[in-house]
Design a protein. Structure first.
Length: 782
């Protein structure tokens, strides 16, 4: 006895792969609406005749009964208890499967191995139940790849379909239907409110009202335009985004299709068809195609539309199909790519999608809320390009201005601003095109290179996730020459090359210009390579693990690690960024004070002899103002150089006088928050003025000394502990000129040691020096 086995996959391409793998390439294709492959073999030890075909996804969908589908006659609340019916998405698929099941006694289901696939299994079982109804003869294949090994292994280990997984999907579909049918979500016209208290007050204002008043109803026409002709960049983006095929592989497939005569040349920037292009002749080749032939016939009859104007780049025509093909002629990926190219071409000659858009404005408790919905009047090109399809919104048709609108819920929704996600392959290709990086012939190779070299990995959904190596590479290069990590340099080179191609520049001229540019950048990079080495060392050695958390990063709010090995620096393991520090000093936490410019927590640097000054790690490495100074070939700025007008640690707030050492052109700045060791330090040299240690509070006064122009100091002492001659608990005086306090302060020069914060000479301001010899214009008012 020969058994007859029907095997059903989710897509025609998978059906072909299953049949060819299990028959060792001997399966014979029988043309039908959906391809059928037949071969002889054995099933569970018995001779068998196999018939392999497919669905095109779900066979059934759920909806309300006809009496509940009219919005103007149905109360939304009734929909929660209204009966649901399951109707065929496509009668052709169910008829095809029922026909192929006739005479078969066994069913093997090769649907996708997820919940949706399990649900489609039971839809297939329902369609073929008249012929195959014994559950003992219904089997489920589980596989995760379309390889010969995976298919063969799945066939040897058949299981049973899982009703629980199927029911979960059916439940979700019905719940989605009920919720979408009975719910209209209105949006507040104020948009988002960032003050929670105000938001709650306004929510309370409207939440007591259960019925709104319709104040405006507007209905208008809208369209979704058909696509322009297909060029290389758009093909790569679509292949990645919709088909899950990377750009490098997509171009390999396209090349093979071109060589085999299925499509035109696939490397082109043009989106405009030639004026001599025979559109109707090209369409006529597809009139009898089993998948889109009927659509093409309707197009040629009375819906043919001239394509949109595109860009003629002067290279090759847009990518178009050159002849009709069927799934059995091509490999799975080649067919999917060919299918999209053909559908896109047909879509460019189709009408636009026409919509009817309705906007409602409802007043509730003095606040206004809007809802905008759309209904498709003519699907146009979206019939052939289904991923562009627009889903109808459930819009009441009997609403008029002045009518009441019951509200089931008024909800206050809280949320947080989310950081952007990783770029997808499609996003990256689009950005490369916008910035002029690469050409239609090289973009796919560029994307492939950064993956092969380990700078990023491709995650599910074709998401490009940078690796640690890639992140460190970019940050390392940026620390030396930020222009090298921007698209400007590369795009400028592409512009130069285009000028050569257009005859607007000579080869030697461009070569000389570009080589000079890169030579200068290379030389500068080489001279400053230690910055790159510092970041690589922090990221790929044990230093990162051994560093001690000390202060928070203003970008990610995680702790920066202090790497004490020379050169000492701070390192953020999360952001993969290093921050240089003054060398020769001791770095300590500074009481969690934050920079008002970038939210980085400050650290304080102590050097031998007692001199100290606060530092914002980010401002020190990326000076926000022009007053930065050179050290080791780079600009740096500590807080005692900063002119920020409100920061409690800036020079603008803590300037006292010019340095009392005539050889130095620095400024004497008070170091705040140094309780017990009050001091005024020069921001260039190691000169210090020590203030009475018994002072409880010390501030820089807003008053100037009338004799020397220095800023006066406000000192407050605990009761009975004043060292002043008059024993007062508070004094506002000049530390240089006022005898009541000058006798209690001392000038000290700290040991310079190997301390390195600044390089170079003075600033040449040409002012007087010494105690009481003027401020010189550097400080608050400079």
């Amino acid at each position: 006895m020969v058994r007859r086995v029907l095997m059903v996959a989710e897509k025609p391409s998978i059906a072909e792969s299953v049949a060819q793998h299990l028959s060792n390439g001997q399966a014979v294709k029988r043309p039908r609406a959906l391809p059928v492959y037949e071969y002889d073999g054995h099933f569970h030890g018995y001779p068998a005749r196999f018939c392999v075909t497919s669905t095109t996804g779900h066979i059934f969908s759920c909806d309300f009964t006809p009496q509940h589908q009219s919005w103007d006659r149905t109360d939304e609340e009734v929909l929660f208890s209204a009966p649901v019916v399951w109707k065929e998405e496509s009668g052709k698929v169910s008829k095809h499967l029922a026909h192929e099941a006739e005479g078969c006694d066994t069913l093997v289901l090769w649907l996708d191995c997820d919940r949706e696939g399990e649900n489609i299994c039971f839809e297939v079982m329902q369609v073929v139940a008249r012929s195959i109804h014994d559950m003992r003869n219904i089997w489920r294949a589980k596989f995760s790849a379309i390889t010969r090994e995976a298919i063969t292994e799945a066939f040897r280990n058949l299981g049973r379909p899982n009703k629980h997984l199927s029911d979960a999907v059916s439940c979700r579909q019905e719940l989605d239907l009920n919720r979408s049918g009975a719910q209209i979500t209105f949006e507040w016209v104020r948009g988002r409110v960032f003050d929670e208290l105000i938001a709650r007050l306004l929510h309370q204002k409207v939440s007591h009202n259960k019925v709104g008043k319709v104040v405006d109803v507007s209905v208008g026409a809208d369209t979704r335009a058909r696509p322009t002709a297909l060029n290389t960049v758009e093909l790569m983006k679509v292949a990645s985004k919709l088909l899950g095929i990377g750009p490098h592989h997509a171009m390999q497939l396209a090349e093979n299709l071109y060589v085999s005569g299925y499509i035109s040349y696939p490397r082109t920037e043009s989106t405009a068809y030639p004026s001599s292009f025979d559109f109707k002749g090209a369409l006529a080749q597809h009139e009898r195609h089993p998948q889109w032939g009927a659509y093409v016939q309707g197009l040629l009859k009375d819906r043919y539309t001239r394509p949109k104007a595109g860009k003629d780049a002067g290279d090759h025509p847009p990518i178009t199909p050159m002849r009709a093909a069927n799934p059995g002629e091509l490999s799975s990926d080649s067919w999917r790519l060919y299918e999209y190219i053909t559908r896109h071409f047909i879509a460019t000659l189709s009408p636009d999608c026409k919509l009817c858009k309705t906007k409602l404005v409802v007043e509730l408790g003095g606040e206004f809320f809007t809802f905008t919905g759309k209904v498709v009047e003519d699907p146009g090109f979206t019939e052939i390009l289904s991923h562009f399809a627009v889903k109808d919104d459930k819009i009441p048709t009997n609403i008029q201005v002045g009518s009441d609108f019951p509200m089931s819920d008024v909800r206050l929704q809280a949320g947080q601003t989310q950081p952007p996600g990783y770029l997808t392959e499609s996003d990256l290709i689009g950005m490369m095109e916008r910035h002029g990086i690469g050409t239609d012939a090289s973009i796919s190779q560029h994307v492939n290179n950064i993956v092969e070299r380990g700078y990023c990995t491709v995650k599910p959904g074709r998401v490009m996730q940078p690796t640690k190596l890639g992140i460190v590479l970019i940050h390392g290069i940026k620390s030396i020459d930020p222009e090298l990590v921007l698209p400007l340099v590369r795009s400028k080179v592409e512009e130069y090359v285009t000028l050569i191609a257009e005859g607007k520049a000579g080869l030697d001229e461009v070569l000389s210009s570009v080589l000079d540019l890169f030579f200068g950048k290379f030389r500068y990079f080489k001279e400053n390579i230690e910055r790159f080495d510092a970041l690589m060392g922090a990221s790929f050695t044990s230093l990162a693990a051994s560093g001690k958390p000390i202060t928070r990063c203003g970008n990610c709010m995680r702790y920066l690690k202090h790497l004490e090995a020379r050169p000492q620096r701070l390192y953020c393991p999360y952001c993969e960024v290093t921050y240089a520090l003054p060398q020769g000093g001791t770095i300590k936490q500074y009481s969690s004070y934050k920079c008002p410019l970038d939210n980085f927590e400050l650290v304080i640097c102590h050097i031998d002899g007692g001199k100290s000054f606060p530092i914002c790690p980010n401002c020190y490495n990326n000076p926000p103002f022009d007053e930065s100074i050179e050290r080791g070939g780079r600009k740096v700025m500590a807080c005692d150089e900063c002119r920020h007008p409100t920061c409690a640690h800036s020079l603008a707030k803590n300037y006292v006088a010019d340095c009392i050492d005539e050889r130095c052109d620095g400024c004497m700045a008070f170091v705040p928050r140094s309780s017990g060791k009050w001091k005024i330090c020069c921001n260039h040299c190691t000169m210090m003025i020590l203030l009475p240690p018994t002072a409880q509070r010390v501030y820089v006064s807003s008053e100037e000394c009338k004799e020397c122009g220095a800023m006066m100091m406000d000192l407050q002492f605990p009761e009975g502990q004043s060292p002043l001659a008059n024993r007062k608990d508070r004094v506002v005086a000049c530390v240089f000129c006022d005898p009541t306090i000058s006798s209690s302060v001392s000038e000290v020069r700290g040991r310079m040691g190997n301390f390195s914060r600044r390089g170079g000479g003075g600033r040449g301001r040409g002012r007087g020096r010494g105690r009481g010899h003027g401020r010189g214009g550097r400080g608050r008012n400079g």
